[in-house]
Design a protein around this ligand. Sequence first.
Ligand code: SF4
Length: 263
Amino acid sequence: MARLSLARLQELNDVLDDRTPDELLCWAEEIFGSRLAIISAMQKAGSVVSHMAARLKLKVPVVFVDTGVNFQETLDTRDKIAAAYGLTVHTLKPAKTMEEQTAELGVLYVSVEGQKQCCHLRKVEPLLAVKGHYDCFIGSLRRADGGRRGSCPIIAVDPEMNAVRLNPLANMTDEQMDAYIKEHKVIVNPLHEQGFSTIGCNRCTTPVLPDEPKRAGRWRHLGPWAQYCGINPTDMDDSTSVAIDLPQDMVDRLLGQKTDFMI
Ligand code: SF4
């Protein structure tokens, strides 16, 4: 195994920054093969990534965390995408239902500390069930989302999952994404049409007004809107010292140290 830190990915990030989403997705499949998965919360950008993967005929599954308190529209979007795009969707669930969790710990999401605990129990821990199955997760973070995502890297490391995170849409603007959705008639979560700029659990997500920040509808009841659930590590930690362990040959190929193809 070889150690791979975010700092070691900086040069690669500079190169990948000029690549199109299609090029990045094909490159990722070439590097990671069957150790690659899309992670989607069934929001607009996740739908776009899923559509791109299907259009490029990539054999990549989609991982979806069902917190047990998702909107029905989100679950319906998952099912429609799986059927229409021929993608395998793996649904991961928390160990306890929300009712069981509430009976044991109370209503966590009404306080800042409780929200962190609840998101960890219902989002981060379920994802850990597939730790070791994949070496790269394709996400859908975009710099146009602003906040902490305003400078999200194309490629990062996820120490908790011991995997790489790839964001092929990092440079995609809102206008480009809407144009892609229109051109390809991408299946999107209908809640976006109802004023939800981002979509999470039904307990903690509201629509936003036109002049509000995109994430104003997330944990609105807790006050400041610069909050994230922790399922995307680059939302939480920009330290360049974080690192993961991957097979040496994969690290060599990733960093171009033993290149037998061009990107
Ligand atoms: S978004 Fe709210 S309900 Fe969902 S896991 Fe986080 S705190 Fe819990």
